[in-house]
Design a protein. Sequence first.
Length: 95
Amino acid sequence: MFEMDSFTGTPDQMQYVKDYYETLNHLCAIGNYEKMYLPPLLDPERDTYSNQKLYEKRMASRLGVGPGSRVLDIGCGRGRVAHLVASETGANVTG
Protein backbone atom coordinates (compact mmCIF):
# COMPACT_ATOMS: atom_id res chain seq x y z
CA MET A 1 0.00 0.00 0.00
CA PHE A 2 3.00 2.31 0.58
CA GLU A 3 6.19 2.59 -1.41
CA MET A 4 8.76 4.79 0.29
CA ASP A 5 6.82 8.00 0.90
CA SER A 6 4.12 7.44 -1.71
CA PHE A 7 0.72 5.83 -1.35
CA THR A 8 0.32 3.17 -4.01
CA GLY A 9 -2.95 1.59 -2.90
CA THR A 10 -6.44 1.75 -4.25
CA PRO A 11 -9.00 4.41 -3.33
CA ASP A 12 -10.68 1.82 -1.06
CA GLN A 13 -7.40 1.22 0.77
CA MET A 14 -6.94 4.97 1.21
CA GLN A 15 -10.39 5.12 2.77
CA TYR A 16 -9.35 2.37 5.23
CA VAL A 17 -6.35 4.46 6.28
CA LYS A 18 -8.52 7.56 6.74
CA ASP A 19 -11.11 5.57 8.70
CA TYR A 20 -8.40 4.11 10.94
CA TYR A 21 -7.05 7.52 11.95
CA GLU A 22 -10.51 8.99 12.40
CA THR A 23 -11.45 6.10 14.70
CA LEU A 24 -8.16 6.35 16.58
CA ASN A 25 -8.71 10.07 17.08
CA HIS A 26 -12.14 9.42 18.61
CA LEU A 27 -10.81 6.66 20.87
CA CYS A 28 -7.99 8.88 22.07
CA ALA A 29 -10.47 11.66 22.81
CA ILE A 30 -12.59 9.49 25.12
CA GLY A 31 -9.76 7.64 26.86
CA ASN A 32 -6.70 8.64 28.83
CA TYR A 33 -4.62 9.25 25.71
CA GLU A 34 -2.61 12.42 25.84
CA LYS A 35 -0.88 11.58 22.57
CA MET A 36 -1.99 10.07 19.29
CA TYR A 37 -0.43 6.63 19.66
CA LEU A 38 -0.75 3.56 21.84
CA PRO A 39 2.58 2.67 23.45
CA PRO A 40 3.90 -0.78 24.25
CA LEU A 41 2.87 -1.90 27.73
CA LEU A 42 6.13 -1.34 29.61
CA ASP A 43 4.59 -1.23 33.07
CA PRO A 44 1.25 -3.05 33.52
CA GLU A 45 0.69 -1.20 36.81
CA ARG A 46 0.54 2.17 35.03
CA ASP A 47 -2.03 3.78 32.75
CA THR A 48 -1.57 4.49 29.06
CA TYR A 49 -0.25 8.04 29.53
CA SER A 50 2.39 6.86 31.99
CA ASN A 51 3.45 4.11 29.59
CA GLN A 52 3.73 6.71 26.83
CA LYS A 53 6.12 8.75 28.97
CA LEU A 54 8.17 5.66 29.86
CA TYR A 55 8.40 4.73 26.18
CA GLU A 56 9.47 8.23 25.14
CA LYS A 57 12.14 8.42 27.85
CA ARG A 58 13.46 5.01 26.78
CA MET A 59 13.49 6.10 23.14
CA ALA A 60 15.45 9.28 23.95
CA SER A 61 17.92 7.35 26.07
CA ARG A 62 18.53 4.71 23.40
CA LEU A 63 19.07 7.43 20.81
CA GLY A 64 21.61 9.14 23.06
CA VAL A 65 19.60 12.35 23.31
CA GLY A 66 20.94 14.63 26.03
CA PRO A 67 21.75 18.23 26.90
CA GLY A 68 22.70 20.17 23.80
CA SER A 69 21.35 17.52 21.40
CA ARG A 70 19.31 18.82 18.50
CA VAL A 71 16.15 16.83 17.74
CA LEU A 72 13.60 17.32 14.98
CA ASP A 73 10.18 15.81 15.67
CA ILE A 74 8.50 15.36 12.30
CA GLY A 75 4.74 14.89 12.46
CA CYS A 76 4.71 16.11 16.04
CA GLY A 77 1.00 16.84 16.29
CA ARG A 78 0.50 18.96 19.38
CA GLY A 79 4.16 18.65 20.36
CA ARG A 80 3.64 16.58 23.51
CA VAL A 81 6.44 14.10 22.73
CA ALA A 82 8.77 16.95 21.77
CA HIS A 83 8.02 18.71 25.06
CA LEU A 84 8.69 15.61 27.14
CA VAL A 85 11.97 14.86 25.34
CA ALA A 86 13.15 18.45 25.75
CA SER A 87 12.19 18.70 29.42
CA GLU A 88 13.58 15.26 30.36
CA THR A 89 16.86 15.43 28.44
CA GLY A 90 17.76 19.10 28.10
CA ALA A 91 17.87 18.70 24.31
CA ASN A 92 16.82 21.41 21.88
CA VAL A 93 13.72 19.95 20.21
CA THR A 94 11.96 21.43 17.21
CA GLY A 95 8.52 20.13 16.43
